[in-house]
Design a protein around this ligand. Structure first.
Ligand SMILES: [Zn+2]
Length: 348
């Protein structure tokens, strides 16, 4: 059985247990605070429900449990309703709106063109959105698709590169995308005047911790070299119905240490200079999330959050725990026979 077949089988098994979702209800929405350039803005995240990511309709990524959020029959009317519901709870001020679909907002297979236009109309009449971030696979980023969602706001294209290694993306993530596709999308977005935020994934399945660290650092650097304005390091967590969950149950996958995340962020930031490096440690300290020893998970995660807002590396240096030595030793042990020291050998 191939990885693609196993991913599909695990997802179908899980899907049988899912209740149908209401196409007029957004998946989720919540307020937050985010760094934008040198400022901090009030942000608001809305996850629209659509039919789901096109990749997941084939086989799908080994880490992604979002396909279960999808529903059929979402058109302009449903999207308008979802946005109304979500924005009713948004703070009454200038907003950085992060509008996600658990897929690609620009993909007309996922969200028909009239529904995409309905989004822009809704935001235009709402008037609070000063900056709009939309999430999409690189393949859908063209001048034409971007014009559709252009409006009276700054535009940010957020895209999941995950890793700059095509081999790791193909073999560990089963994600159909090449670095060349990504670089083309960055160029198109920047040509349009939009900013690019790149998601890099820390610790895909099948990579030992030291290799994962090196892969994330390399990928962050490559994303900046391609022209991305910011890099967001996503720490892999164990989502339901995924290959990662299957491996985790068998004791064959552990989410990344938060110390590994600190190290990756520190190294990428050293290269990035003024450009933003951020990381939101989702599910930190949980069995299915990134974690350290249990005692310091909370403080290590808070340090990442503070770093994301302030961009000050000394915040990470200030976090410590006796388990840091254990983490270093494990990293060196895993590395011992195959590679040079991961703590000293990474470029940047
Ligand atoms: Zn600890």
């Amino acid at each position: 059985m191939t990885v693609a077949e196993l991913v599909r089988e695990l997802r179908e098994k899980r899907r049988e247990r899912e209740r149908p979702k209401d196409p007029e209800e957004p998946s989720a929405h919540w307020p937050g605070t985010d760094r934008v350039g040198h400022d901090v803005m009030t942000s608001y995240t809305v996850i629209l429900r659509t039919r789901g990511c096109r990749l997941a309709s084939g086989s799908g990524c080994t880490v992604c449990g979002y396909p279960f959020e999808g529903t059929g029959g979402v058109g302009a009317r449903e999207v308008r309703r979802q946005l109304e519901t979500a924005l009713a709870d948004a703070p009454d001020e200038s907003l950085y709106l992060k509008l996600f679909t658990s897929g690609s907002l620009l993909d007309e297979w996922e969200l028909p063109v009239d529904a995409q236009r309905a989004v822009v109309e809704a935001l235009r009449s709402d008037g609070r959105v000063a900056r709009l971030s939309i999430e999409t696979l690189p393949g859908f980023v063209t001048e034409e698709t971007l014009s559709r969602i252009d409006g009276p706001y700054e535009l940010e294209v957020a895209t999941g590169l995950e890793t700059s290694s095509d081999a790791v993306r193909q073999l560990c993530l089963n994600k159909a995308l090449t670095f060349e596709d990504y670089a083309g999308a960055v160029e198109a977005a920047r040509g349009f005047g939009a900013d690019v935020k790149t998601y890099v994934l820390l610790k895909p399945p099948f990579l030992p911790e030291p290799t994962a660290l090196r892969d994330a650092v390399r990928s962050g650097i490559d994303a900046f070299d391609a022209g991305s304005e910011s890099v967001s390091l996503n720490l892999c967590n164990v989502q339901r119905g995924t290959l990662v969950e299957h491996l985790h149950r068998r004791g064959e996958y552990r989410p990344p240490w938060l110390w590994t995340a600190h190290e990756a962020v520190r190294r990428i930031k050293r290269y990035a200079g003024d450009r933003l490096v951020i990381s939101d440690p989702v599910a930190s300290g949980k069995k299915r999330g990134p974690r350290n020893c249990g005692e310091c998970d909370d403080s290590a995660a808070r340090a990442l959050e503070r770093f994301s807002l302030e961009q000050e590396p000394s915040i990470l240096d200030g976090a410590d725990c006796s388990c840091k030595t254990e983490w270093e030793q494990r990293l060196l042990l895993e590395e011992h026979t195959h590679h040079p020291n991961p703590l000293t050998s990474i470029d940047g």
